[in-house]
Design a binder for this molecule. Structure first.
Ligand SMILES: NC(=O)c1ccc[n+]([C@@H]2O[C@H](COP(=O)([O-])OP(=O)(O)OC[C@H]3O[C@@H](n4cnc5c(N)ncnc54)[C@H](OP(=O)(O)O)[C@@H]3O)[C@@H](O)[C@H]2O)c1
Length: 325
């Protein structure tokens, strides 16, 4: 089968012909039509889980994938041939991922049927980023009238998070580069902070040298601060600065493990370093929302499988990149 592989940790992704796997007991074989790309794919390639989980080389990366069931293990009873499914497949040993024509996964994986109204490309864009966004909304208990600041809003997780927070009735402040401002508003943001590009004065002499931080810029319109911060990108110092605009009693979450949780606690702020733990129920909820038209799948780019090397670990996301197999 056609697949993308790396031959060592840190290796360059390249196209390869790999043996087609078959479904044994308890397993499902899926013909992958579309595979979502996430920053985590590059981290796995770089060896982030080396020593924690077994890896098989040549390693096929890819966690998110959508397609049809074409093989069912002898003891699997609740799945039918031809069923359209999507999943988040991070099953050890790693190296048998979704950037390939076929994948074999345990029937107990995070997997859900795709409703008729949802395409395979849309479905493949949902698992990792969508589940994380939904988990964050649930964890922070985002509610109507709250002010929610989302840093890193233009990427995969952020493009779902803006919509889910707006659906919950929150007033959403999203960071984005100037070229992405309109898209953030269409997704439901009420304010957009153009990060790194905010001159403190109108004077051309000061415009380059003095830039407002995201926190400074939020304080201009909201001196009392925000109820919730979701920070999807910042290293520790920038996270601490962003968290400085969260009101006491509010919540601040980072998906990049940038929080000093003791400091947050001392200020009476909930949250901290966040790990997504959602599974099939959350994936089904997202698929329902997309099928009903309540949630837009923010597709940025749909390159063919063979172009995987150009998009794995790439910066500049404007929503989701999905490989078409
Ligand atoms: N802990 C967990 O359970 C969990 C789960 C999912 C994801 N994550 C992590 O969460 C992060 C975000 O994931 P993702 O899928 O949304 O990534 P992504 O699709 O690559 O999006 C990141 C976005 O942030 C923007 N950005 C970069 N630097 C920024 C800055 N200083 N201020 C504001 N925006 C900035 C990027 O645009 P530009 O490049 O144009 O600036 C891009 O649009 C990743 O580190 C991922 O590994 C963690």
């Amino acid at each position: 089968m056609r697949a993308i592989v790396v031959r060592e940790f840190g290796g360059h992704p390249q196209a390869a012909d790999m043996p087609t796997p078959e479904a044994g007991p308890g397993m499902l074989k899926i013909e992958i039509e579309a595979a979502g790309v996430n920053p985590f794919d590059q981290r796995i390639i770089d060896g982030f889980l080396d020593g924690k989980l077994q890896h098989d080389f040549p390693l096929i990366p890819g966690v998110d994938g959508a397609g049809r069931v074409v093989g069912i293990g002898p003891d699997v009873t609740d799945m039918e041939y031809g069923e359209r499914v999507v999943g988040k497949f991070l099953n050890p040993p790693l190296g048998h991922g979704t950037f390939a024509e076929y994948i074999v996964v345990p029937a107990t994986s995070i997997i859900a049927r795709i409703p008729d109204e949802v395409t395979a490309i849309q479905a493949a864009a949902l698992p990792t980023a969508g589940i994380t966004a939904l988990d964050l909304i649930h964890a922070a208990k985002v509610g109507a009238g709250q002010h929610v600041l989302i840093v890193g809003a233009s990427g995969g997780v952020g493009s779902y998070l803006v919509q889910l927070a707006a659906l919950a009735g929150a007033h959403v402040i999203a960071t984005a580069r100037p070229d992405d401002t309109d898209r953030m508003i269409r997704l439901g943001a009420t304010e957009v902070v153009n990060y790194g590009r905010i001159p403190v004065t109108d004077s051309p002499t000061h415009a380059e040298s003095s830039l407002l931080t995201v926190a400074d810029s939020v304080r201009i319109t909201l001196p009392a601060g925000v109820d919730v911060l979701f920070d999807l990108v910042s290293p520790p110092p920038a996270f601490a600065d962003n968290a400085s605009v969260v009101k006491a009693g509010g919540a601040a979450y980072t998906t990049t493990w940038a929080a000093d949780e003791e400091t947050l606690k001392m200020r009476g702020i909930r949250g901290g370093n966040f790990e997504s733990t959602g599974g099939a129920p959350e994936l089904r909820e997202l698929l329902r929302d997309v099928g009903n038209g309540d949630l837009v799948v923010p597709i940025d780019n749909t390159p063919p499988l063979e172009a995987a090397a150009d998009v794995i670990g790439a910066s500049g996301a404007r929503g989701k990149t999905v490989l078409v197999i």
